[in-house]
Design a binder for this molecule. Structure first.
Ligand code: NAI
Length: 768
């Protein structure tokens, strides 16, 4: 082609990146790898191939991690952990800094190796994956440095088992390893079977910077190896991958006491209003759905366009799709690289081929091999399979909307809640919509922005926990003060006679009204000397359903101001104070211990959470782009809480106050042996302006009620502070909607506030 022809076509010539140094590195290992355990590579065991998906050629042979390998890695991590945790933050920071520097020094090698193994365009691995991974280590060096001064009450968890996917191999490794190490944990990490190479190169970097052996262990293998890590003697499991595997991991870890974070799939809406800068919104879409061939958990895969501009927008989009270059990922001019594996290509192809709804537009053609063309399917209904299912490929599905209210409905019509994008030139509209979207991240006039300073993670079936930012650190720490689980508190027994001429049975409290239990059963509560004190209702599954429905109906509470919620909590305290002697006497009758101190502590708890109601603010994260991330604290939704048995009033008031102060609605199950203080509280709540449905009170058996509460799909979180051991039941039953669960005892105010909120990061353009 001569210069004139080039000017005429403006076509790009090939600009291949040299794969030589990466191949040389593979050769230094004879293209065969063992695991990295206790600071050294093991001898390769049973092996499998890792391939270059763009060419189908084998890059290296990788070891399949056996039980023995996992045990050895966990043992090495366990041995190294106390010493690692004992280092000062400064010393750990220096290691993290050294890792970041080494990644930077070898960034070209990492980028090329990543592209070879994964098939993503070199432009992306070079400009996004590898620099972001470095940034993560730099940023977390800072967190290590600041841990002692800023998180003085937190301690490391111990050994973390980490299982990561293939779509961002090194970046996901950085997201997992950097916070774990910064907070004094050691790790056993398994890269995905398709993309183990950069993790192995990273292991070499760890050895080079002199990281103490056993602090980072890399075990390769497939899902079976992943399962072994999940089941091993680790203190935490951190997983990123598919929602189905996330569910299995939730089940496998239920009741084990292991801390768990899950970063799962998504079907993120990409909303374009009619006043948006359409050309920018089209460019944004290229990043949203064709970045990494759409194999991105937060991909903007569901395009929602305002009706009036839909045709214009689709025309612009199709023209842009035609300009995307598909092919050899090592070519610096390529936009769309290879799909990770023929299996994934087959999944994408089948999902599209089996769809007969809407209109399909494909750019291309895609080259032969593991490639799929950029695809747009318009005119789908919101319930269409492709609008609901994660495709995890370069396939964009779309529908139109008319009003802002409608687009919020459509955007939230998904079981996921990872990310959302909003394009409009109207700041009022953007900031009106952002809080209404059910998702962990919202990007305004931008998309797919990620940074170590801003938390990343979702709600609903997109999982729980955050990675990055201050909020990400809590997933790698626990309270320094560890309180042993209390022995189960048993009720007092008596002879069955009430001894009172007027029989009184405390009802349940549902939707602001006292309600008879559905089953019609009640139970006598006795004092320490066997005196009958009164009967309480025995709630059942139907009562839970009614209470959850009432709580769902009180959504307006979540939109009230912190100021209003504070006023109401103060008012509850005022009304409780007016009856403090009566409550103190009730506590004394039930437990035999003087009750006034507990009443006073309950009043103070109400004041404390009233104080926090309008002060537990979010943050504004400075991120190294033209923008800021507003880390907004939002209520979790409907929280079910099984209350502390030993402190019948305080153990009820504290979680209730924390939950409602932060804008949640609560289904509270009172202390099982001593429920009467909570039932007395109904009258206090009734006279304190607490909106109907915001607090619902059930009484009965914790063991019977917990699984129903945990299985209910309209409950967003279940807390157990009960003395009945319920972890297994609650965590197993929670897998349906992957709700947040929290099994604890004597929680601190800070822990309660953290559990009562979810951080949503809203990225807005800011500055020059
Ligand atoms: P996957 O969820 O099976 O794999 C992710 C990681 O989990 C890999 O390291 C794998 O070896 C490991 N793993 C698999 N089964 C396991 C088990 N039972 N216990 C512990 N670890 C296990 O994802 P896969 O099969 O590679 O991709 C399938 C679908 O998952 C994709 O089409 C996409 O929808 C979704 N996906 C989502 C990702 C995300 O970032 N949210 C990343 C990768 C896949």
């Amino acid at each position: 082609m001569n210069v004139k022809e080039i000017f005429d076509t403006m076509d790009y010539g090939p600009a291949p990146e040299d794969a030589g140094p990466a191949m040389d590195w593979l050769d230094t290992h004879n293209r065969k790898f063992g695991h990295f355990i206790d600071g050294a590579f093991t001898k390769p065991g049973k092996i499998f191939d890792t391939q270059n998906p763009a060419r189908g050629e084998v890059l290296a042979k990788i070891s399949q991690g056996t039980q023995k390998d996992v045990d050895a890695a966990v043992a090495a991590a366990r041995k190294a952990q106390p010493k690692w945790a004992k280092l000062s933050g400064f010393e750990r920071a220096r290691y993290l800094y050294a890792i970041a520097r080494a990644l930077q020094k070898h960034s070209r090698l990492f980028a090329v190796l990543e592209t070879l193994d994964n098939g993503k365009p070199i432009r992306e691995s070079r400009d996004i994956d590898i620099p972001l991974a470095q940034r993560h280590f730099y940023h977390h060096a800072g967190f290590a440095q600041l841990m002692a001064s800023e998180l003085p009450d937190r301690a490391p968890l111990g050994v973390c088992g980490q299982v990561i996917p293939w779509n961002f191999p090194l970046l996901m490794l950085a997201w997992k390893i950097a916070p774990a190490l910064a907070m004094g944990n050691t790790v056993v990490l398994k890269p995905a079977e398709y993309t183990p190479l950069t993790a192995l190169l990273f292991a070499e970097i760890c050895a080079k910077v002199g990281l103490p052996k056993g602090v980072v262990n890399i075990v390769t293998g497939d899902g079976a190896t992943g399962e072994r890590i999940v089941e091993a003697d680790v203190d935490k499991v951190a997983f990123t991958g598919s929602t189905s595997v996330g569910r299995r991991i939730r089940e496998a870890t239920a009741g084990s006491g292991k801390s768990l974070t899950l970063e799962l799939g998504g079907k993120s809406p990409y909303i374009v209003f009619d006043d948006a800068d359409l050309d920018s919104a089209v460019e944004g879409l290229v990043d949203a759905i064709w970045f990494n061939q759409g194999q991105v958990c937060c991909a903007g895969s569901r395009l929602l366009v305002q009706e009036g501009i839909a045709e214009t927008f689709y025309a612009k989009l199709k023209a842009r799709m035609d300009g995307l270059r598909i092919g050899d990922p090592l070519d610096k001019c390529i936009d769309i690289g290879a799909i990770i594996d023929p299996v994934q290509l087959e999944t994408i192809s089948a999902l599209v081929a089996n769809n007969s709804d809407g209109e399909i537009y494909q750019a291309g053609p895609a080259p032969a091999g593991c490639f799929y063309p950029p695809t747009l399917i318009t005119g789908l209904t919101t319930s269409a399979k492709l609008m609901q299912e994660e495709i995890f490929g370069p396939v964009l599905v779309s529908t139109t909307f008319r009003t802002p209210a409608e687009v919020v409905e459509v955007a939230n019509n998904t079981r996921y809640g990872l990310a959302a994008t909003v394009w409009t030139e109207n700041i009022n509209l953007a900031l009106d919509i952002a809080p209404k979207l059910v998702s962990g991240i919202v990007w305004i006039n931008a998309t797919n922005l990620m940074d170590a300073a801003a938390g990343f993670g979702g709600v609903r079936e997109s999982g729980f926990g955050r990675e990055g930012g201050w909020e990400g650190l809590s997933s790698y720490t626990k309270p320094k003060k560890q309180i042993k689980a209390p022995a189960q508190v048993k009720p007092f027994t008596g002879d069955g006679a009430s001894g009172s001429p007027i029989d009184r049975t405390a009802k349940l409290y549902i939707g602001g009204k006292q309600a008879r239990p559905d089953g019609g059963y009640s139970q006598m509560i006795y004092g320490p000397k066997g005196h009958a004190l009164g009967e309480v209702s025995l709630a059942n599954r139907k009562d839970i359903r009614n209470a959850v429905e009432a709580a769902q109906g009180a959504k307006g509470w979540s939109k009230t101001t912190g100021h209003l919620r504070a006023q109401i909590l103060y008012y509850v305290a005022e009304n409780l104070a007016a009856r403090q002697d009566e409550f103190a006497a009730r506590l004394k009758n039930m437990t035999g211990k003087s009750g006034m101190a507990e009443v006073q502590a309950s009043l103070e708890a109400l004041f404390t959470f009233a104080a926090w109601a309008d002060k537990y603010d979010g943050q504004v994260h400075g991120v190294p782009i033209r923008g800021v991330a507003l880390a907004m604290k939002e209520p979790v939704g409907v929280i079910g809480a099984l209350c502390d048995d030993a402190a019948p009033l305080l153990g009820f008031v504290k979680p209730m106050a924390a939950a409602i102060a932060m804008g949640n609605r609560a289904v509270m199950v009172a202390s099982e042996p001593f429920p009467l203080a909570a039932t007395d509280l109904m009258q206090v709540l009734e006279t304190s302006d607490v909106l109907a449905g915001v607090v619902n009170i059930l009484t009965g058996s914790h063991g019977e009620l917990a699984p129903h509460l945990a299985a209910h799909n309209d409950v967003d979180a279940v807390w157990s502070i009960s003395s009945t051991p319920l972890a297994n039941q609650i965590e197993t039953a929670s897998t349906g909607n992957l709700k947040r669960t929290w099994i604890t005892n004597e929680p601190s105010d800070a822990d309660l506030l953290r559990a009562a909120t979810e951080v949503k990061n809203i990225w807005v353009p800011y500055g020059e």
